[in-house]
Design a binder for this molecule. Structure first.
Ligand SMILES: Nc1nc2c(ncn2[C@@H]2O[C@H](COP(=O)(O)OP(=O)(O)OP(=O)(O)O)[C@@H](O)[C@H]2O)c(=O)[nH]1
Ligand SMILES: [Zn+2]
Length: 337
């Protein structure tokens, strides 16, 4: 774990005035302009869906020059100025990015100081993993989970292709972390998954070929996510999608009860997940029961295996914390290093 890298998607750096003379006087007032959510980005063009009075209307927009190099990412809530009719050929301007509740980040690899913000304002993250073809990679699951903990996003583990292999071993491996685990196979009704997604904005992340597009298409008929063919030699799927995209879940009833609306953010298949932006403090903070115990640790305790007088070890000895939970937590700390 290292220092937080400075990326252009980080807004903190843009709060500092870059000119010495105050700009407030000549800055236009956009507070009456409509707000929308960025659904997808394609070569500098944003597809935005309006919220508020014209909810659901989709608009094309470009970034206003006044935003400079400030990043606009999928899931961002943005203010739009100009032509917001959404009619063909019109282009509105993104003039403001509203504060983000969460930011999911990754770096290309662990030595890369430049983190990339992938998705804003998600509150859940589904890690889609195939039980076979391609085989599960526990290290990768852990790393994506750590990114979720770091971002204060609730991770869920979704195991596909349960017709090919049993989910039991993987489900058991994540049980001590209290992570929700769900297994699917072709023909399942997906109601458990829909119940998870209702009322949330959930990012879907997975290695190429795990069946993510198949799932998204089953959840959202008409989403048109391209289904790749797993290569027999490499076990990898074709890289079929290129940009993250926000999709609205259709209305659905379970036992006669309407589910709350929800959004899915589908992301391109990932091969690696760098974590150089993650801090130990953020991982610990994601486990509130352990966070409380670490108040009894020596100053600057790493909480890792073998750390002198770590209060987590003492809690296990006293029977106040399960050894399996501590070991799983330490596996998370390790993968974030
Ligand atoms: N046996 C089995 N095959 C599945 C299941 N789900 C998906 N597949 C197959 O796995 C292959 C890959 O599925 P996709 O949905 O394209 O996978 P993806 O994760 O979206 O991959 P990319 O589009 O490359 O990102 C396809 O041939 C699917 O038909 C499943 O539950 N069981
Ligand atoms: Zn400690």
């Amino acid at each position: 774990m290292s220092q937080r890298g400075v990326g252009f998607d980080d807004h903190a750096g843009f709060d500092r005035p870059r000119r010495t003379r105050p700009r407030t006087k000549d800055r236009p007032d956009y507070s009456k302009d409509p707000v929308g959510m960025v659904m997808t980005i394609d070569r500098g063009r944003y597809r935005v869906v309006l919220t508020g009075p014209d909810e659901g209307r989709q608009i094309n927009a470009a970034k206003a020059r006044s935003l400079g190099r400030m990043g606009v990412i999928v899931g961002d809530r943005v203010r739009l100025h100009g032509d917001v009719t959404g009619e063909e050929g019109t282009l509105a301007r993104v003039v403001e990015v509203l504060d983000r509740d969460t930011v999911l980040r990754r770096t290309a690899d662990d030595d890369d100081p430049y983190e990339r913000a992938i998705v804003a304002n998600a509150d859940q993250l589904v890690i889609v993993t195939a039980l076979a073809d391609p085989p599960p990679r526990v290290g990768m699951i852990d790393r994506i989970m750590v990114a979720a903990f770091d971002a204060r996003i609730e991770p869920l583990l979704l195991l596909t292709k349960a017709d090919l292999a049993s989910p039991d071993a993987l489900a058991a491996a994540y049980a001590p972390l209290d992570i929700e685990v769900l297994a699917t196979k072709p023909g399942d009704d997906l109601d458990d998954l829909r119940a998870w997604l209702a009322g949330h904005r959930t990012v879907f992340i997975g290695h190429s070929g795990v069946g993510k597009s198949t799932l998204v298409n089953a959840l959202i008929p008409g989403a048109g996510r391209t289904i790749g063919v797993v290569n027999d030699v490499t076990g990898r799927g074709r890289q079929t999608s290129t940009s993250a995209i926000v999709l609205e879940l259709p209305a659905h009833q379970i036992d006669g009860v309407d589910l709350e609306p929800g959004w899915v953010i589908d992301t391109p298949g990932v091969r690696s997940f760098g974590l150089s932006h993650v801090t130990r403090e953020n991982i610990v903070a994601a486990f509130s029961d352990l966070d409380v115990i670490t108040e009894g640790c020596p100053r600057s305790c790493s909480h890792e295996t073998g750390a002198q007088d770590c209060a987590l070890d003492l809690a296990v000895e006293r029977g106040e914390l399960s050894r399996a939970r501590l070991e799983s937590f330490r596996r998370m700390l390790d993968s974030g290093r």
